[in-house]
Design a binder for this molecule. Structure first.
Ligand SMILES: *[C@@H]1O[C@H](CO)[C@@H](O)[C@H](O)[C@H]1NC(C)=O
Ligand SMILES: *[C@@H]1O[C@H](CO)[C@@H](O)[C@H](O)[C@H]1NC(C)=O
Ligand SMILES: *[C@@H]1O[C@H](CO)[C@@H](O)[C@H](O)[C@H]1NC(C)=O
Ligand SMILES: *[C@@H]1O[C@H](CO)[C@@H](O)[C@H](O)[C@H]1NC(C)=O
Length: 363
């Protein structure tokens, strides 16, 4: 089972899922390095020296299947190298965990991350200092060998876009102090479009060397958790047995996504980021969108509703990519399609444990 095959898994006419698979170490069944094993003990560690077709495996991003070359995605026809790039990951705490794993593997160091708690933004209406609480800090790591910087931005889901539904605001208020940024001395229920268009490009411009960007975005857990809590009226951790029955009976279908304009919100989010980036004259080499597998695994953690919604969100984006429009230039990291959660041990509530980021089913 060579890494090459792992890096060539495709579906749906859009390139799909390779980043996570490519992180697997060849020659080991688990590919999991515990933190105590960082930094690698020898300079010949496979983390940095194994090469596939001229790329170190950690450098390879999704590629398009040969039979899809007639599609209009020329920039994705060959592997996208991470060398000399800024790789921007925007998502939730799961993406933050992935960011940490990736930074450790790229650098071979246990503690390679720089945290940004406060940034002075100079964009029009968004001037002034923005301060993030610990759970939502902006952070980055430099991989000097590849001249690569990986940066992580937290965002608050697509229901943060205006108009914010009242049930989203209830959900957000429960997390105001722990997650939302302070701006002009107030908690700001920041719409992800404002962050993507005005704040993130300015932060990238200020803090990173000018290099082509690779973007990896997603929105799932803050969307599905907000819906879940709207059904029970409390934090998921405080649900009672009667709430579980209500969740099991909840009707959720594509019609709900339309009612909430979920896909339109996702398209606006994607476009906002692209607009903000081009306004800074930065170039984007690839835009990737990640789907979500089935954590949490337990009913009392809301699995019925969250996993159903993760499936609907993934279907919506797969469909949008086939139709074109704002999605035609993006590429699907369809983690959901490639990772089947078989044991609750792969989940830590709504988080994925370390192993699923690296392991996926063999093809
Ligand atoms: C920031 O924006 C506010 C409101 O638009 C404006 O009054 C203020 O002068 C601006 N400050 C700076 C430093 O640009
Ligand atoms: C790394 O990238 C920066 C920005 O593109 C460039 O200025 C610098 O020369 C590169 N360094 C090396 C060692 O290639
Ligand atoms: C989903 O849509 C159905 C049909 O319109 C509706 O009955 C149900 O309440 C909606 N679910 C949620 C969580 O809004
Ligand atoms: C981007 O380029 C345009 C045209 O060259 C220029 O007018 C503008 O000031 C640049 N913007 C930034 C943020 O560098």
């Amino acid at each position: 089972m060579g890494i090459q095959r792992w890096c060539r898994v495709f579906a749906l006419g859009a390139c799909t899922m390779a980043l996570f698979l490519c992180l697997r170490e060849p020659g080991t069944s688990a590919g999991v390095q515990e933190p105590s094993q960082f930094p690698p003990t020898s300079s010949t560690s496979s983390t940095t020296t194994t090469r596939q077709k001229g790329f170190t495996k950690l450098e390879v991003l999704p590629t398009l299947h040969e039979t899809l070359q007639e599609t209009h995605q020329p920039f994705l026809r060959s592997p996208v190298s991470l060398r000399e790039k800024n790789f921007i990951i925007a998502g939730d705490s799961n993406d933050q965990r992935f960011f940490v794993i990736l930074c450790r593997r790229l650098t071979g160091r246990f503690d390679p991350i720089t945290y940004i708690e406060k940034v002075a933004v100079q964009k029009g209406d968004f001037n002034g200092s923005i301060m993030w609480p610990e759970a939502a800090r902006t952070q980055f790591c430099h991989d000097r060998e590849r001249n690569l910087t990986v940066m992580f931005f937290f965002h608050y889901g697509l229901f943060s876009l205006l108009p914010q539904p009242h049930w989203y605001l209830d959900f957000a208020k429960r997390r105001a102090e722990t997650h939302y940024p302070l701006w002009r001395r107030k908690r700001w229920m920041a719409p992800s479009t404002d962050l993507a268009q005005f704040v993130w490009p300015d932060v990238i411009q200020q803090l990173l060397p000018k290099r082509p960007l690779i973007l990896l975005l997603q929105s799932s857990m803050w969307d599905s958790m907000a819906v879940l809590e709207s059904l029970v009226g409390t934090r998921v951790s405080q649900m009672k047995d009667s709430d579980l029955q209500r969740l099991a009976a909840a009707q959720l279908s594509e019609a709900n996504l339309s009612q909430w304009s979920w896909l339109d919100r996702a398209s606006s989010f994607l476009q906002s980021f692209q607009q903000g980036i081009s306004a800074q004259n930065l170039s984007v080499q690839a835009t990737l969108w990640r789907t979500n597998p089935n954590c949490p695994a337990e009913a009392q953690q809301g699995s019925v509703v969250i996993n159903r919604l993760s499936g609907l969100f993934a279907e919506a984006v797969r469909g949008a990519m086939l139709k074109g429009g704002p999605w035609s230039q993006s590429c699907l990291v369809d983690w959901r399609k490639h990772l089947e959660i078989k044991s609750p041990k792969q989940c830590d509530h709504h988080h994925y444990t370390k192993e699923p980021w690296i392991l996926a089913k063999e093809v």
